[in-house]
Design a protein around this ligand. Structure first.
Ligand SMILES: NC(=O)c1ccc[n+]([C@@H]2O[C@H](COP(=O)([O-])OP(=O)(O)OC[C@H]3O[C@@H](n4cnc5c(N)ncnc54)[C@H](OP(=O)(O)O)[C@@H]3O)[C@@H](O)[C@H]2O)c1
Length: 341
């Protein structure tokens, strides 16, 4: 197939790029060339997709079997994509987010027909609006849209914990290694699903160019389910920390101190999330996620340990977590006094 990825060198999309090339597809990447040079075999179309005129000129009226926009976040992005790719692609794939599924979660098992509603996170509401625009384009003009909703998906550059820095995710590992406490939401027993990007890519490539995927939405996740407690312990074990200090704090309390946690925790990670992947497996029958979280974390920690320049620390997050833990411990001590314990 002749495929275009908008993005293609990111956390999720790099593995998709690698697999598309390994399978012999003709692959074009449209990005700014800032993050990484395109892997051998991929053709770079250098453009800032937010500069529509420049992007249209760079794309130069070409046609594709499949176009994937990995970095569309708002309905405006989708309107632009409709202008750029109408009549030019056999399939258009929008990368949405599993955070769009109903919050608070009413059932921990999520299928593609779980309602989409997230009053806590604007990011998710925007993804829902993008999906709705594409469904309308499918109905009104047969625009060949497919929606893919990744859940928490990581590669070797990410330590995906519930309370961590997204940009500098080594920060939580650094705290564990220094014997400092890290924050676990709730009592750590709520369930979560992590997917390695190399697993995501296998199902994703299977639905690219698949006629029966058009008009449908899919999530793509691992079938491995862990509690947050076990996830933190897996990260600690990979980092060589035998007894990490885990501080369990109610998500409401965390969100009261860290406003970003309203979306990322209350609207996402503090809700148990177990995915039924039957739908994508129907179209891609050989799809099975094979990377266990503990193995993925060993790869991630090895990646960080291989080069000190990668071990960036989010100092601001570090300070906020210290403040939060201190506030929590003062509150706990006050409660103990109050109840004579
Ligand atoms: N990871 C998760 O857990 C998760 C969960 C749910 C949904 N998602 C969704 O997954 C998508 C992210 O995919 P990803 O992880 O591969 O992306 P990413 O890590 O955010 O990488 C961004 C990619 O887009 C390119 N890019 C950024 N700004 C650009 C611009 N203005 N013009 C052209 N190219 C640009 C980057 O290259 P340059 O910087 O070189 O341009 C890079 O290739 C998002 O839609 C997100 O909502 C992720």
């Amino acid at each position: 197939m002749r495929i275009l990825f908008i993005g293609g060198t990111g956390i999720i999309s790099t593995a998709c790029t690698d697999l598309a090339l390994a399978r012999g597809h003709e692959l074009f990447l449209c990005n700014r060339g800032k993050r990484a040079s395109p892997p051998a075999g991929a053709k770079l179309i250098a453009a800032d997709v937010h500069d529509e005129r420049a992007a249209a000129a760079a794309l130069d009226g070409r046609t594709w079997d499949a176009v994937v926009d990995f970095i569309a976040y708002t309905p405006d992005d989708i309107e632009r994509d409709l202008r750029l790719f109408r009549g030019r692609t056999g399939q258009f794939v929008f990368i949405s987010s599993a955070s769009a599924y109903q919050k608070p979660a009413l059932h921990h098992v999520i299928t593609e027909s779980t309602p989409l509603a997230n009053p806590f996170w604007e990011y998710s509401r925007n993804k829902i609006a993008c999906e709705e625009r594409l469904v309308r384009a499918l109905r009104e003009e047969a625009f060949p849209a497919t929606i893919v909703r990744p859940s928490h998906t990581y590669d070797q550059t990410q330590v995906p914990l519930a309370v961590n820095s997204w940009q500098r995710s080594y920060t939580a590992v650094d705290r564990m290694r220094r014997g400092l406490p890290v924050i676990v939401p709730g009592d750590g027993s709520s369930l979560w699903t992590f997917t390695h990007s190399s697993d995501f890519a296998k199902a994703f490539l299977g639905i690219l160019g698949h006629q029966q995927a058009i008009g449908h939405a899919f999530h793509i996740t691992s079938d491995e389910v862990l509690s947050w407690e076990l996830s933190y312990l897996a990260v600690a074990a990979a980092a060589g920390v035998a007894s990490p200090k885990l501080v369990h704090i109610a998500s409401d309390f965390i969100a009261a101190c860290l406003p970003d946690a309203i979306g990322g925790l209350i609207g996402d990670k503090s809700n148990s999330a177990v995915f039924d992947n039957t739908k994508v497996k129907r179209l891609v029958p050989d799809y099975v996620a094979t990377t266990r979280f503990r193995d993925g974390m060993e790869r991630t920690i090895a990646w960080f340990d291989a080069d000190p320049a990668r071990r960036l620390i989010d100092e601001a997050a570090d300070r906020e977590w210290d403040r939060l833990i201190a506030a929590y411990e003062r509150g706990l001590a006050a409660a103990r006094r109050e109840f004579g314990r």
